[in-house]
Design a protein. Structure first.
Length: 265
């Protein structure tokens, strides 16, 4: 490889890394109940206006000791490349909390996180680079349950509405017991082998479209997570041990469906 070619490659890689760094930024959003939300925003190049997705992280928070959760990063990159602004409100660290996966008595409820989603949508709707008529809602696990809470008929954001909502493997038991009704189009994608959040209560939620995947566990849409067990505060069988891992076929189908849903907003 010539010296000139090596310089071009290094400069090109540096510019690419710089463009990625500039394409995401931490923002502050005025939340409900005096909460100041810290959120990570991914933005496409150009001036817009862009469609947008409010994305709600799982019980582990948006990031861990190794950086941004790979599942969140994968979806953010995918949606950003498709021309969406993506905003992840950090519901836990904004309240001085860490991971909630092993906490039974949680200080942040799904209702609180629904209000975080509303505040984020209202903030997006106020921006000139956002198409306020094309804002979607997406969440995983604890964030998926919060998507259900944000989709209920009993509450809504102010002056704006979500066009579509998608929940990956949410916990639906409490919602089913509370006579859940969906206010907006809602799709639930669940692994039928999930032993963390049981898929069965999600099947019959009024107003929701349920898509189940045989043999898929929790985190089935993760880009590269070998099947393994872990500890959790809640589990389907009460053992406190759950199974997580990528299911390539379910992941591929879910990506196709979710991207189609949001592109069609």
């Amino acid at each position: 490889m010539s010296f000139f070619f090596r310089v071009v490659v290094v400069i090109g890689f540096g510019l690419y890394a710089l463009s990625l760094a500039q394409a995401q930024e931490w923002v502050d959003i005025p939340g409900r109940n005096n909460v100041r939300l810290r959120a990570l925003m991914f933005k496409p190049g150009g001036s817009g206006p862009f469609p947008a997705v409010v994305a709600l992280h799982g019980c582990g928070g948006l990031a861990g000791s190794r950086g941004l959760n790979p599942r969140h990063a994968d979806w953010a990159d995918r949606l950003q490349a498709a021309g969406f602004i993506v905003v992840f409100p950090e519901s836990f660290s904004s309240r001085g909390l860490g991971s909630q996966c092993n906490v039974r008595d949680r200080d942040v409820r799904s209702k609180d996180r629904a209000y975080d989603a509303f505040a984020t949508a209202e903030w997006l709707a106020s921006r000139s680079d956002v198409d306020r008529n094309r804002i979607g809602l997406l969440g995983w696990s604890n964030g998926g349950t919060s998507v259900l809470s944000a989709s209920r008929t009993i509450r809504a954001p102010k002056g704006v509405e979500f066009r579509q909502a998608v929940a990956f493997y949410p916990g639906c038991k409490a919602m089913a017991e509370e006579d859940f009704r969906a206010r907006i189009p809602l799709t639930i994608l669940h692994g039928l082998a999930d032993d963390w959040t049981a898929p069965e209560p999600c099947r019959s939620l009024p107003g929701a479209r349920f898509i189940g995947y045989d043999g898929a566990h929790h985190d089935f849409d993760h880009p590269s997570l070998p099947l393994r067990t872990r500890k959790a505060a809640f589990s389907k069988n009460g053992s406190g041990t759950v199974t997580i891992g990528t299911h390539p076929e379910a992941r591929a189908d879910a990506i196709s469906r979710v991207m189609g849903i949001f592109r069609g907003m």
